[in-house]
Design a protein around this ligand. Structure first.
Ligand SMILES: O=C(O)CCC(=O)C(=O)O
Ligand SMILES: [Fe+2]
Length: 311
């Protein structure tokens, strides 16, 4: 049976993806190589990602989900007619980005920054590790997911050899959508080199309108360079070649990838359910770190994170 016949129609950023076998497929599960670091490194080099199915303790992940759902309920995101743990959102809740509900959250902090997950990175990097203090927490309601990008433009001021961990808090069907990776994209520096080294928080000191924007609190994305690589996943795939790779995730899985791997997420095609996930970042302790993402109250993409240069 071909991969395509096993997959329902997939949508990302409002576009139906091409469902031919050479254009879409399933992520390779690397749990079989969990104890073979040399093999994990080989696959990471070749594929640009590692998908570790069932590597984490499912109960721990579900406990973290419960803590997040309680906080989403307190923030007024959830429909009160359903138990919070179900993650049923109010109509029109959209794309909810809520990093603050991971702060002082023992279940999430323990899951992401101790135990099996940090041990994985310590073995993979073969040295002591550090993680960013900032945790990206997304609770994405029905509608569009995240458009295609690499992570480096958002976090490239230190090492470029760190890794993202994308972790679902619950089971994620194709309908609820999850992350997808563009196969082999990390090797297409011919297509990435003019995009990937730009910094979303950099501005030109010698351009008055950019200076004004930087100082008046132009937040996050979209003020000079948004970090987006494309708004059209199928067209981007045609340019890069390779397949879009995704899967139906289960609580206990994680997906990790490097700074040059193009990724995006599927649209949430459910009627009222949130897709709850986090992205966290890990690196070798001895390498320089991007100071936008460390400390008790990391500056991130705010005014304090902006950096001027002569263009
Ligand atoms: O969850 C998403 O929609 C996007 C996640 C992402 O871009 C990341 O983990 O780097
Ligand atoms: Fe990303």
């Amino acid at each position: 049976m071909s991969t395509a016949t096993a997959l329902p129609q997939i949508y990302s950023y409002g576009h139906a993806l091409d469902m031919d076998d050479d254009k879409i497929g399933l992520l390779r599960d690397s749990c079989d190589a969990a104890d073979d670091v040399a093999e994990l490194r080989r696959r990471f080099e070749q594929d640009g990602y590692l998908y570790m199915k069932g590597y984490l303790d499912r109960d721990e992940v579900l406990a973290a989900r419960a803590s997040l759902c309680d906080r989403l309920a307190a923030a007024g995101v959830l429909d009160e007619n359903h138990p919070a743990i179900e993650g049923i959102c109010k109509p029109g809740s959209g794309y909810v980005f809520k990093p603050e509900i991971t702060n002082g959250n023992p279940e999430v902090q323990r899951l992401l920054y101790s135990g099996r997950l940090t041990e994985f990175y310590r073995r993979f990097f073969a040295e002591d590790i550090r993680h960013y203090d900032f945790t990206w927490l997304r609770a994405i309601g029905p509608g569009k997911g995240t458009n295609p990008h690499c992570d480096l433009p958002y976090m490239g001021r230190g090492t470029h050899r760190h890794m993202t961990c994308w972790l679902p808090y619950g089971d994620i069907s194709f309908e609820l959508g999850g992350l997808m990776i563009l196969e082999g994209s990390q090797h297409r520096m011919d297509l990435l080199k003019n995009y990937v080294y730009r910094d979303v928080d950099a501005y030109c000191e010698n351009k008055p309108e950019q200076v004004a924007n930087a100082h008046n609190g132009a937040q996050g994305f979209g003020w000079t360079f948004s970090g987006t690589l494309s708004h059209n996943p199928p067209v981007l795939r045609n340019k890069f070649g390779g397949r879009w790779l995704t899967t139906e995730y289960r609580a206990g899985d994680f997906l990790t990838f490097g700074m040059f791997t193009v990724h995006a997420s599927l649209d949430n095609r459910s009627t009222n359910r949130l897709r709850i996930s986090s992205d966290s970042r890990y690196q070798r302790a001895g390498e320089p770190i991007d100071d936008r993402w460390i400390g008790v109250n990391p500056p991130g993409h705010t005014v304090a994170g902006k950096r001027g240069r002569i263009c």
